[in-house]
Design a protein around this ligand. Structure first.
Ligand SMILES: [Zn+2]
Length: 492
């Protein structure tokens, strides 16, 4: 009898091992929809030194976002006049529209109006350089220095690098008399760093009003990174979605008075309890329902056998996997909504019961969750705490839609990435910050965020940080990528 059970158990184990093995073997990304014809980008006769000089000139315009009285509209106008002068062949063939005074929309009309256009985004504005960080810069942040094989300055990566590369690519093709079959549009907002309310939002509204639908949208937001935490090697990360954002205000009212004979709960104890409960409310952390699973599939060949087995068999190793990833903030951000209590206040004296105490809890919303649902759950978790109310401090923003990784446009971007970054695997990713591109969801089904540059850990800290600089080799890659994109995507 025992022998029989033992044998049955062994058979079961074997079947299980076989199933786990099969899932592990078959865990990979689906093949691209169709072979994409990409030209050999090394054949493009690009004057990289001239392009670097142009980026250097672009950095010298102090196009700091116009908010808090920091930016100057005249500087944006000077920058725009420079574009016209610097890229004459492109400006001779493209229609230029100024939207809401300072944003730009270019239309390079294709010969076939039946093909939906490609929409390429970049932004003109840059974040300020705070006075107390100046001393830590090794170059003038608005000097555009050319040294150490890089163009130095605020905006050299974020996002004048993209803007200049796009214009260089278009100028290169226009100068050769090349004309698109499919229309190519370029939208250069002027307030991305402030949320895009005046720029991208208005351009997107105009396009929607004109009934314009794009084949796809490509913006900044992700890049190829030198050290991917999962593979330890380089990976081209194409952003297919970006997280949402919202801050909950928790308010507790209590009975004011002297603290010598206090009631059981005070406003302070109530708000603390509420923050603790909302912070601890169960948030789904898993691979499904966002870009995480597609990313893992794409990287399957690069994963260690152990990681691959665990990820391919989440049904079995899920708890172990989640436990391992819970210790890593980037992994947690990828797998689910993150909750961070950030402010708490209440009371004026140690011996006085306050009438009110408040706290703020910041949410970064994963594509699988919604702001409405999170608020409902937060409220339910504190429903029995009398005098506690929870609301969004300002209108929250849900995560963007998740763009396809099996579309022809994703295949095009991936093929071009492999052309300028050979041997670097391409994987979809979740954008942890926000970009202008989320405004364009009504204009295109698929919105991708990718700058074809290879970033070291040091480079990743540069946008909005110190000593921002664009390596010339990355500038060269970006221009080749965009020429290839316009050729393969719109000129065949
Ligand atoms: Zn940016």
């Amino acid at each position: 009898m025992f022998r029989l059970i033992g044998a049955a158990f062994a058979v079961l184990l074997l079947a299980l091992a076989g199933f786990v093995g099969f899932r592990t073997m078959s865990f990979t990304a689906p093949p691209p929809p169709a072979a994409v014809q990409i030209a050999d980008s090394s054949a493009y006769a690009i004057d990289t030194a001239a392009a670097a000089a142009h980026l250097s000139e672009a950095v010298r315009f102090r196009t700091v976002s116009i908010g808090d009285g920091l930016g100057d509209p005249a500087e944006f106008q000077r920058f725009q006049a420079w574009m016209i002068e610097r890229y004459p062949a492109f400006h001779a063939v493209a229609r230029r529209e100024v939207i809401n005074n300072l944003s730009l929309l270019y239309t390079w009309e294709g010969s076939d109006p039946g093909q939906p256009p490609i929409l390429l985004l970049a932004h003109q504005d840059v974040v300020p350089v705070p006075d107390d960080t100046r001393a830590a810069w090794q170059a003038d942040p608005f000097g555009g220095d050319l040294r150490d094989n890089a163009v130095w300055g605020r905006g050299s990566i974020d996002d004048k690098g993209s803007l200049v590369s796009l214009l260089e690519a278009a100028e290169y093709l226009a100068k050769q008399g090349r004309r698109p079959v499919r229309t190519i549009m370029f939208a250069f907002g002027h307030d991305e760093e402030l949320g895009g309310a005046e720029g991208a939002t208005q351009i997107a509204a105009l396009l929607a009003e004109r009934g314009q639908r794009a084949w796809f949208v490509l913006d900044e937001g992700m890049a190829a990174i030198q050290n991917h935490p999962l593979t330890g090697g380089p990976v081209s990360m194409v952003g297919i979605s970006e997280r949402g954002f919202g801050t909950m205000r928790v308010r507790a009212v209590g009975q004011p008075g002297h603290s010598s004979m206090p009631p059981r709960e005070t406003a302070v104890s109530l708000v603390s309890e509420a923050v603790e409960r909302i912070h601890a409310m169960p948030i789904k952390q898993q691979l499904e329902g966002g870009p995480a699973l597609a990313m893992m599939r794409a990287l399957a060949p690069q994963l260690s056998t152990m990681n691959r087995t665990a990820i391919a068999n989440e049904w079995l190793f899920g708890p172990l996997l989640r436990q391992r990833m819970a210790g890593s903030p980037p992994a947690r951000a990828l797998l689910g909504t993150t909750v961070a209590p950030t402010m708490i206040s209440g009371g004026v004296r140690p011996n006085v019961l306050p009438a009110e105490a408040t706290a703020m809890i910041n949410f970064r919303i994963h594509p699988r969750d919604t702001a409405d649902d999170l608020l409902a759950r937060a409220r339910a978790s504190v429903a029995d705490l009398e005098g506690v109310t929870v609301e969004w401090a300002e209108p929250p923003r849900n995560a963007s839609a998740v763009s396809s990784t099996t579309s022809s446009s994703y295949a095009l971007i991936a093929a071009l990435s492999r052309e300028v970054l050979p041997d670097v695997p391409v994987a979809p990713a979740l954008v942890l910050a926000g970009t202008d591109s989320r405004q364009y969801e009504a204009v295109a089904e698929n919105v991708y965020r990718f700058q074809p540059l290879l970033a070291t850990d040091e480079d990743l800290a540069m946008p909005h940080g110190l000593n921002e600089r664009m390596k010339i080799e990355n500038l060269d890659r970006m221009i080749r990528f965009y020429i290839g994109l316009m050729e393969a995507g719109a000129m065949q």
